[in-house]
Structure formats: C-alpha cells, structure tokens
Design a protein. Structure first.
Length: 353
C-alpha cells in the first residue's frame, strides 16, 4: 500500500529547514519528538543523561504530527537535520513503507542481546507502551467468579450485565475473534480474510444488545464503570489506577489485551547515525531513567531491569511487565493502516442496524 502524507501549512513543514544547519555541528544530536508532558520528561530525564554519557549536547524539536512530512521534505531537499526521532504507532508503517527510516543496527545498539524481541523492530525500538484491556467491576460479578478470558466477556449467562467497547473496529474486532477461539498470534491472519471479518462481526452480534454505550474516549470508559452504567469495559491500562483509588473495586484482565507500542528510530540519511544509537540506548535501555519517566507518564518500555526498580505490586500494573506482556498480543498498526477504511465503513454501518 502507498501512504500519502497530508499537506500541512508551509511554515509548519519547513520550520526545521529554516532553523537549518546552524546547529547541525559536530557533537550536537538533533532529536525530534512530541511536545507537552513527553517533551518535559525527555528534557528533564533523558537529554541530560545522554550528554553525561557521551559528551554531546542535544537539540530537541517538538515536531508533533508534522514529523513524517518534515522528514520527507528534508529527504527531498537532501538536507536531513534530524538524527533521531519518535515514531508513533500510526507513523511507523508510513515511515517503513515510504522509506523514511534507517534500519536499527542491533549489533551496535544491543550487542549482548539484552532487549527482548518484543522491543525490537527493524526500524525502531519500543520507547513507550500502553494496553487496551478488559476491566471488570468485581462487585458486579457472580459470587466467586471473575472474568479470565474474552470468552467470559461474551458469556452473558454467567456474567450478565451491561458492557462497553470502544467505538472503533481496531480496538474491538480483535477481541471478538479471541472470544471466538482464534489464537492471539493468528488474529490478523484471520481478520485479513473476508471469512474472518464476517466471523468477527457475527461474534459482535451476540453481545450487541448488551452494549448500551460505545465509548469514544478513555475518560468516558472509566466514567461508565465508575457510575455503574456498565459492569465490564475495555479501557486503557493507565486509566485504571485512578478508578481503583476512588474506591471502585475494578480489576484489569491482561489476558488477551492489546499492547500498543511507539518507537524511537533514526531517519534515513541522519547525519549522526552511529551516535543516534547512543541516544536510543539512553532512551530505551536505562532502567533507572525509565523508572523516573513512568512517574511522569505510565507508559513503560522494555528497558532490561526496569521492574527490579519497582515493588512487585507496581510492576504488576505495567503493560510491559513480562507476565502481562506475554498474556497480550501486539496491536498490528501496519494491518490497520492498510485496511482501516474498508473495515471502518462496515463497522459504522453495522452499528446503525
């Protein structure tokens, strides 16, 4: 599939080019990433650690949603200014298919092979992760029972009561297939066929009448649970702590959760390709730094030894904790980038009838 980037205002697209080579000197690494809280955490935690480790200074550019278009513009101009960059889950397939990213040299980055395979892609290393998981109100369960699988979520007889799912197919159809007995490592193979898509929608038919609200934001999903409007719902793992702290007896079911990952990568023709690997090492492989980061944002990566810095209770709440990660499947953003238009249209029509 060919990906096309939407045109943005010229000022936004060319900002990095206009600030130009003035800072593209030796011993300066230019990193593009998100603004807001992510930028604050990066500047407080990772950038100083990189400078201490390497002696290089840094320039951090808050590129936000324009990042891929800026990279494309620089490549066409033959003047790549970024050495490393954040790559969101949705941008990763664009970067790969369009040839905007350089491959990661894992022999250079991780010669001792300490990163787990789940952390490594050809063109990026996982920098942050969150999960879409089932959350259940334990006080609404039948006595002595709790949900342990998606088949239980679909079991209206054993677990009666209202449910909720996200009003988007890419956060819903995978769970339907798991409930129907599809193995987690075969989800996208099945969903990529007409028969598999029919199977997912047929499974949704079974519980459609028990879904009074299809949630559209993380805040709404936990509010539905808090108010008791639904007993069971998918939500983002980072939302559950506040629900529990409010006194609601809510529990995550990690089994069959969807693990969503974003990355740090290197743009093609980066002027400091090898040193960019040192940045990736600091950003993704230093457990003491990552432990500080998750205090800002509860989106951990796979830094080796990260969970040794936490209590067992804290570690068990993290989506990349081994037991939790092993129980989940990794959401395939490349599949959805290639198929979302046709599946979304069918999903919207299905909701109407």
């Amino acid at each position: 599939m060919t990906y096309k980037l939407k045109l943005m205002p010229a000022a936004a697209v060319t900002l990095a080019l206009l600030t130009g080579p003035a800072l593209a000197q030796d011993k300066v690494l230019t990193i593009a990433g998100s603004g807001g809280a992510v930028k604050d955490a990066t500047e407080q935690i990772f950038l100083p650690a990189f400078t201490e480790a390497t002696g290089w200074s840094t320039k951090f550019v808050a590129a936000e949603s324009n990042i891929m278009l800026e990279v494309e513009t620089m490549l066409k101009a033959g003047n790549m200014l970024y050495d490393a960059m954040e790559v969101s889950a949705s941008n990763y397939p664009i970067g790969v298919q369009s040839g905007f990213l350089a491959p990661i040299d894992y022999a250079l980055l991780d010669p001792d092979n300490t990163l787990p395979e789940a952390a490594k892609k050809e063109f990026g290393v996982v920098a942050a992760a969150y999960s879409t998981v089932l959350v259940q109100r334990l006080d609404k369960n039948p006595e002595g029972r709790k949900m342990e699988s998606w088949a239980d979520f679909w079991d209206l007889e054993t677990f009666p009561g209202p449910r909720s799912l996200k009003r988007q197919p890419q956060y819903t159809l995978e769970f339907a297939l798991l409930a129907d007995g599809v193995a987690k490592d075969e989800i996208y193979e099945v969903l990529g066929t007409d028969e598999g898509l029919d199977r997912a929608f047929a499974k949704l038919d079974e519980i459609k009448d028990s879904i009074p609200v299809w949630w559209t934001s993380g805040a709404q999903s936990v509010q539905l649970l808090s108010d008791g409007e639904v007993f069971y719902s998918t939500t983002y793992n980072g939302r559950v702590n506040k629900l529990q702290e409010s006194g609601i007896p809510a529990e995550i079911m990690w089994n069959g959760g969807a693990l969503h990952t974003s990355y740090v990568g290197i743009p093609k023709d980066a002027p400091n390709y090898e040193m960019a690997h040192e940045w990736i090492r600091v950003r993704t492989m230093r457990p003491e730094l990552e432990a500080e980061y998750v205090k800002f944002l509860p989106y951990p990566n796979f830094a080796p030894g990260l969970f040794d810095t936490m209590t067992e209770e804290q570690a068990a709440q993290m989506p990349t904790f081994k037991a939790n990660a092993d129980a989940q499947f990794v959401a395939d953003e490349e599949f959805w980038a290639a198929n979302i238009d046709r599946i979304q249209e069918r999903f919207d029509e299905w909701l109407l009838f």
